[in-house]
Design a binder for this molecule. Sequence first.
Ligand SMILES: [Zn+2]
Ligand SMILES: [Zn+2]
Length: 642
Amino acid sequence: MINITFPDGNVRQYEAGVTGLDIAKSISHGLAKKVLSAKVNGEVWDATRPITEDATVQLLTWDDKDGKATFWHSSAHLMAEALEAIYPGVKFGTGPSTDGGFYYDVDPGEHTISSDDFPKIEQKMLELARQKNEYIRKPISIDEAISFYQEKGDEYKLELLEKRKEEGAEITLYEQGDFTDLCRGPHVPDTGYIKAIKITKVAGAYWQGDENRQQMTRVYGITFPKQKELTEYEKMIEEAKQRDHRKLGSELELFMFSDRVGQGLPMWLPKGNQLRDRLMNFLRVEQEKRGYQLVTTPHIGKKDLYVTSGHWEKYGEDSFHPIKTPKEGEEFLLKPMNCPHHCEIFGHRPHSYRDLPLRIAEFGTVYRYEQSGELHGLSRVRGFTQDDAHIFCTQDQLKDEFLNVLDLTKTVLSKMGFEDFTAQISLRDPNKPEKYIGSDENWNNAERAIIEATAEAGMKTTTELGEAAFYGPKLDFMVKDALGRSWQLGTIQVDYNLPDRFELEYIGSDNQAHRPVMIHRAPFGSMERFISILIEHTGGKFPLWLAPEQYTILPISDRFNDYAAEIEQELAKYDIRGTVDDRSEKVGRKIRDAEVKKVPFMLIVGEKEAETGAVSVRKQGDGDVGSMSVAEFAKYFQEHLD
Ligand SMILES: [Zn+2]
Ligand SMILES: [Zn+2]
């Protein structure tokens, strides 16, 4: 008998050779139907693989990230089987799961695969799935594997095998139906688990990510254990398309890109800039309430600054290259980070412990050379403005500082209408203390501070061991949008490295010099990224206080343009901003255009309104809400402001 320990600490005894699936069956029939794989001593295994020694076991289902990964990776094998049936001689690279499905890089030889072929591939996959073919794990020797692929003539798999040979890794093949793949696993028990299939995209991809090598065809797909889930997914994708921030950004005239200016360098148009400014002002006020002091630093810094900070060594060659000046040997860099400048600000005069915590904030614009294939609207750009701040404090102040940042983040997110947000805590790998700088005592203290602060703030958290940076533990914010999608926002990061590199000090109550701890903190990441998420979350229907145009006045004919202009002036006195649509268009057309622009209120004016000094109000989403005087509208507006 062996002891199986469950995540809740319970221990049960089973015969040696028991599988994850057997264990699930011993608990309940319902669970057994849902189990996709099992985490055995921290490693994800096939649910059908025998466990021969004492182990900790976590059964994985569709609700677990690793369970989904098993499901989708198994689907990649199923797709490969279908591709081989449809395109004889196709060769296979690698086929991993992703955050939202899976892909397989294939070399289709003389065939081409296009979106026209998707229905055919889906059909074949469904046919093979219904055969409920088991995924069979076959440990074999490296030489057997090599001769298998030599016979099959797949040079990609042979190259992968060569690499494994150097590593001395164990080799396993997995077989399902007529298809065999070189794979470490794990997979679901059989293909019948896969009930709903969608091939989503084909794209080119270089073999091993190397642009000098063979161009492969990357076929993407997503699968589900139930048809209903695929239907919901398709609905979500359709809605996401409507809300795509690149589409809305252009329709609402918020921002633009120009190839002449350069890829990935957003330019904010007047309406977008107002929105951005309003957001920054709001953040500014909330930060001031919490003791931050604003600074402004230049967009460039001497190369030496980044040599001191270590950024040059880490990013220099792969980012924008140094700017030369007429002076021989003088070099500047576009700043990739604001931290080195802020370290210099801290260090420019002596500090006492009474000055701490010192919180220096800046809407700092930074530049990083992202690969052109990685650029995406506002969410991946080459120049962006961080809502950045650096907090210099003592060890004892860490927890309060985390609480302070959590409070700020929660306040701002709820004001924007985000209700669901979580944080990931990244800690040290306890087995590799040599990977990290800073004393054990400091690390323990910082990790405890993060854990306690998030618990006190009542935050939903997940904890990842080994995900901390070498210089300190961190907390990353994730937010769920209106479509249920998760987005990574910004971070709070403890840093024991930069204060050392810049030799920062303060004089403690003991009259001795001490090194402060530094916290990097950009809770929203960047204005660009945050606004891209806000656009998709709201579908462009921004909260009223943030809307670039809060109303638009629609005269039913040119005769009422003057009256409309009077109303506009009146409303300005109430601090309500908007425009007059005085084009010679039919009012129906003006209403439709205002709807596209997602203006919260439309004020329609004609004969009757002009005579009585009123406006006819249409509210976005509610339609006609009646006629009212300007003062009444101003009151109605105020009631909807929050
Ligand atoms: Zn596999
Ligand atoms: Zn920083």
